[in-house]
Every structure is written in C-alpha cells, then in structure tokens.
Design a protein around this ligand. Structure first.
Ligand SMILES: *[C@@H]1O[C@H](CO)[C@@H](O)[C@H](O)[C@H]1NC(C)=O
Length: 347
C-alpha cells in the first residue's frame, strides 16, 4: 500500500513539475495565464510611426535659406550638451527651414497651463501673446487646468488653434496645486491627447510670449535651463538635497538647473516624465517629505537621469524682473512680475 502511494506521488511530481517549469519559463504562456496584457494609450503611434516624426526630417526641394557653417556661428555660448543634445539659442537655427520641415509632418502641438484661483488673471495675456508667437501657423490645442472654467477669457484664435478648459478642484495651498500638476498632465495625456497630439509643452500661465517659440523647440524630451542659475556653479542649484526624497540630487551631480515652468517634448516622453514625477511625489508625501521646489525638484531629478534630447536656452523662460545678459539676444517667453501675496492662497 505504501509503495503504491510512493509511486503515485513520484509520477505526479514527474508530470506536474515540468508543467510548472514550462509555464514559468515561457513568457507567452506565462502572460496568457498570469498577467494581463498592458493596454497602452499610444497605439496611434504605431500607425503614424512617431519615430520618423522625430528623426526623419524631410525638407521641401528648392527651399532657399542661408548656407550653414560648421566653423562660424555663436561663440559666446555653448550650443551642445556633453551628451550632444542641441542647446537652442538665437542664431543656432533657421526658422524658415524648421517650419518647412515640420509643416509637412502635419503635427498637432498641445500646450497645458494651470490657472487655478487668481492665476486665471494671467490667462488672457498668455493666450493673446501665444497667438502672436507660439507655433504660429501650426495646429495648437491649449488646455487650461482651472477651478474657474466659466471665467475663461475671450481670445480670438487663428484657424486650427483652440482652447479647452479642464476642470480641477481648487486648493488652499499653492504647493498642493503645484504638486498635482504632473498628475493632471498624465491624466490629460491618457484620456485625451493620445488621440491626436504629437507634442506637448507644459507652461506657466503667469508668463507672456515676446518673440518666436516655434518648431526649433521640438524634440523627444525638451527642458529649459532656468534663467536664474544658468551661469551658476552646480553647488548653488536649489536641487532637493535630502537623500530621503525621491527628488534627491547628490552634491557634485546635476547638469543644469531646469525650469519647472516650461518643459515638453513628444507625447509619450512627457507622459513618462509626468507619471514618474507624480508617483515619486506621492511616495515622498507618504514618507512625509515635500521636495524643496515641489514638482520642479522632481523634474530636475528626472532630467538628470533621463537626459533631455533638446535643451532650450533661458531665452525660452526669462523673468521680467531680471536684467538681460549680453548672450541673451532675444526674450521669447518670460515670467511676469507678480505680487505673490495677492495671487496665492497662502504665502
Ligand atoms: C492633418 O491632421 C489633421 C488632424 O490630425 C487631419 O484631420 C488631416 O486630415 C491631416 N492632413 C493630412 C494632409 O494628412
């Protein structure tokens, strides 16, 4: 009787064990039985081949523009990073050439701004100046995250350009509004933008355009160097310095200090960024830590690891109160001078 039991047990093991191993080591079977296939919101990219969107630059034949040179050009600024990403300064690109290339791609650019509470008062000027300078001649869809969707200003927009309010709850602390930006950006991309947008820029609403911000700024992952720190030593950058935070950047590390007030790139790149920053922010909050500059700190941490493929000079986000340095030939976008006490729910 005992012998029969043993034989049964051994033969059972001989059958079951290989089956278990088989299912475990063959991923297709494993997926079939143990994991749900992930549904990504980016199926449209497969159709349109987004990689060629970004890398295959086709210029129209017979286009006339100035002869380029590799021995003369800007010498007062650095125009390429150590990982060979371009740094965009006035005089480093040909706007006519750029626009001709991207016109043929039939792209849609989304822009997001947060106009929560009294910040809505900046929206009109932001939109009016965007009409004059931000991707003029291209399809642009501006999304306004706001707790006052009924107070959107009336701004005449050119054909192919539109404005949509995206309601968000109001908040008692501006840090809280700032904290949820990445979450709302991630949500907007997943729910809406993946259907039609190619690129996205996330911008501060309390700013105005002064000159062209166009197709020269397009890239996979795009960051703007902060106007307050672009001449400073990295030890002076206001990174998050507590190792407990997920936004931590160690002393002696960090490339540039990037603005939280302007970043962008290809939709799926910004989706990855927003998702990562949001989840790190939330995990920090669970541990009772808020990074020094909220989402800007998390963005800087992200960009240290995930190098931007295009870096925009401080021309792309200046501050109105700052004196202009000689290497800054043009101000494209700039933060307005504001009285924080009058617009923030807390100081
Ligand atoms: C350009 O894109 C728009 C919106 O995605 C689309 O409706 C239109 O058909 C496209 N045009 C061409 C020529 O592909």
């Amino acid at each position: 009787m005992q012998l029969v039991n043993k034989i049964l047990l051994v033969s059972l093991l001989l059958v079951v064990l290989p089956l278990v191993l088989y299912y475990y080591f063959f991923p297709t079977f494993r997926d079939l039985f143990f994991e749900q296939k992930e549904i990504t919101p980016f199926s449209r990219y497969a159709e349109r081949n987004i990689l060629s969107q970004e890398f295959h630059l086709v210029a129209p034949d017979h286009l006339k523009y100035n002869q380029p040179s590799i021995v003369s050009g800007r010498t007062d600024v650095v125009t390429v990073t150590p990982w060979l990403a371009p740094v965009v300064w006035e005089g480093t690109f040909d706007p006519v050439l750029f626009d001709s290339i991207y016109k043929q791609k039939n792209i849609t650019i989304a822009a997001t701004v947060f106009a929560v509470g009294k910040y809505i008062m900046f929206l009109k000027e932001f939109l009016e100046t965007a009409e004059k300078h931000f991707f003029v001649g291209f399809r642009v869809h501006v999304f306004v995250f706001t707790d006052r969707p009924n107070e959107l200003p009336q701004v005449k927009m050119a054909a192919g350009r539109q404005l949509t309010a995206y309601p968000v709850p109001s908040s008692k602390r501006w840090q809280e509004i700032s904290a949820r930006r990445m979450e709302f950006i991630q949500e907007l991309i997943e729910k809406e933008l993946h259907k039609y947008a190619d690129y996205i820029f996330c911008l501060d609403v309390d700013s105005r355009f002064h000159s062209r911000w166009g197709t020269e700024s397009l890239g996979g992952l795009v960051a703007v160097v902060h106007p307050g720190y672009y001449r400073a030593d990295r030890s002076e950058f206001p990174y998050e310095r507590r190792p407990e935070s997920r936004a931590y950047v160690a002393p002696g590390e960090g490339d540039f200090y990037y603005c939280g007030g302007a970043f962008g790139g290809l939709l799926q790149e910004v989706h990855q960024l927003a998702k990562t920053c949001h989840s790190n922010f939330k995990a920090d909050a669970t541990d009772g830590i808020e990074a020094a500059w909220q989402e800007e700190s998390h963005l800087n941490r992200y960009m240290w690891i995930n190098k931007p493929s295009k870096v925009l000079s401080p021309e792309y986000l200046w501050q109105d109160f700052k004196n202009i340095n000689p290497e800054v030939k043009i101000i494209r976008f700039s933060g307005v001078i504001k009285n924080y006490a009058a617009i923030r729910p807390n100081v």
